[in-house]
Design a protein around this ligand. Structure first.
Ligand code: JFZ
Length: 429
């Protein structure tokens, strides 16, 4: 009784404070578990900007007037796009889901929409909907699909980019109209496209307005309660969100300066990074990350309990450049062999060590030695449970270990090492 009264008081307090209470459904909670099990996803930035080969910010960076930029749509015709090839590319790389730009800051919709003629079906000679093809192909191949969706729009009058803000909205815009536009588009994306499992918002940081997240997130979860909502706002998770993301940084790190305010919360985590230095196709960017670096990023993310969403920017003809295919074929072969220590694991809670990280699944701990240590052993502190067995994951060879109250020593002398990551599986009771 007292408990009930207390609870009612808390609820009333929350209502009075204007806070909504979001309770994820059982389906949503199951989707979160599944999301965490997948560990590795493909991020795709693809739009009419890809034609200029200078990244997805080209309109803004080169000060291209909106009316001139719009011409890119007149000759966007990705004849070589093949949804099956993209999905197989992701699958071969060991990725379990794809997050693709449905609409970026340039405001161009890469999907067929009734809400605006500025979309790939109505405004380009291609006249087809690649996201529908991709969605159908993903369902067929058992790959999950998430849509990136930009809150920021450089071109729409109702958004009024550059306008002063007052009372939580742009003075020169029509904020209600813009919010309704986004709600209509999100409704299309969630109800028309088969198998969509998540929405990845971006652009929050552009202006300090009332984004009406209660309505937007509420709508998404009403249309499909299992959809995972995430927002690249670089802040602590907000009410109604289902996962937390980090941009170009592992959770807890802040090398970019973006992540200073994003304290790690209790939600599933995801971190995204580029395969070179660009999100959208960039013809001059040749700073390709090595397969080893990508493997390390994946393993480090998994050790910190996070998914890794690796980005590529396909070319305007719809092809993926060979440098990306080559690298990811190597990554894929590695993950194929070592997936047991990645998929379905969780962070062990043991902090990252100078030599690597530890992932966990059931009673097994996977010790990932990525940087060879100076000593002939690695030391794993804070290990709970008694280790009953240590073996090389690659071939099952027994590995020597010694457990003390402070932790476990695993001896690596004579152990066959993997140049990217030597994995030792510890079985505990
Ligand atoms: C955003 C987008 O602007 C970018 O184009 C890409 O889609 C990426 C995944 O997300 O990038 C950001 C977001 C925020 C900041 C910088 C880049 N920021 O707050 O400085």
């Amino acid at each position: 009784m007292i408990k009930k009264l207390l609870l009612m008081g808390m609820l009333l307090g929350a209502v009075r404070a204007g806070a909504q209470t979001y309770t994820p459904t059982a389906d949503n909670l199951a989707a979160r578990q599944n999301f965490q099990d997948m560990k590795f996803g493909l991020f795709i930035h693809w739009g009419i900007y890809s034609e200029l080969g200078a990244g997805e910010w080209v309109m803004n960076e080169k000060h291209i007037p909106y009316d001139s930029y719009k011409r890119l749509a007149d000759f966007f015709n990705p004849q070589a796009f093949n949804a099956h090839e993209w999905v197989m590319f992701a699958k071969k790389a060991g990725m379990k889901y794809i997050t693709i730009t449905s609409r970026h800051h340039d405001g161009f919709s890469m999907f067929g929409t009734k809400t605006s003629p500025y979309n790939i079906v109505d405004a380009t000679p291609y006249h087809k909907d690649p996201l529908m093809e991709l969605a159908q192909e993903c369902v067929k191949e058992g790959i999950e699909l998430h849509f990136y969706y930009s809150l920021l729009d450089w071109g729409r009058k109702d958004y009024a980019f550059g306008s002063p803000i007052a009372d939580g909205k742009p003075v020169n815009g029509d904020w209600d109209s813009y919010i309704n536009f986004m709600k209509a588009q999100l409704t299309e994306l969630i109800t028309k496209y088969p198998g969509v499992k998540g929405i990845w918002f971006d652009g929050h940081w552009e202006r300090d307005v009332n984004w009406h997240y209660d309505e937007i997130y509420g709508l998404i979860h009403k249309l499909n309660p299992a959809i995972l909502v995430g927002n690249n706002h670089h802040l602590e998770p907000k009410e109604g969100e289902d996962f937390q993301m980090f941009e170009k940084d592992l959770p807890g790190a802040n090398t970019t300066g973006f992540s200073g305010k994003s304290k790690i919360g209790a939600l599933p985590l995801e971190t995204c990074e580029t395969i070179n230095n660009s999100w959208g196709f960039n013809i001059t960017d040749r700073s390709f990350k090595s397969s080893k670096r990508i493997i390390h990023y994946l393993v480090n993310a998994a050790g910190l309990n996070a998914n890794f969403l690796l980005n590529i920017g396909p070319m305007p003809n719809g092809k993926i450049q060979p440098e990306f295919t080559d690298t990811l074929a190597i990554v894929g072969a590695w993950v194929q062999k070592n997936g047991e220590a990645i998929y379905g694991t969780r962070g062990s809670g043991i902090p990252a060590q100078p030599w690597g990280v530890i992932t966990q699944k059931d009673k097994n701990l996977y010790v990932h030695v990525m940087t060879p240590s100076q000593q002939p052993y690695v030391f794993i502190p804070q290990l709970k449970g008694k280790v009953t067995k240590a073996a090389l994951l690659a071939d099952g060879t027994a590995v020597k270990f010694k457990q003390q109250t402070e932790g476990v020593f695993v001896y690596l002398n004579g152990v066959a090492t993997d140049p990217a990551d030597t994995i030792i599986k510890l079985t505990t009771n």
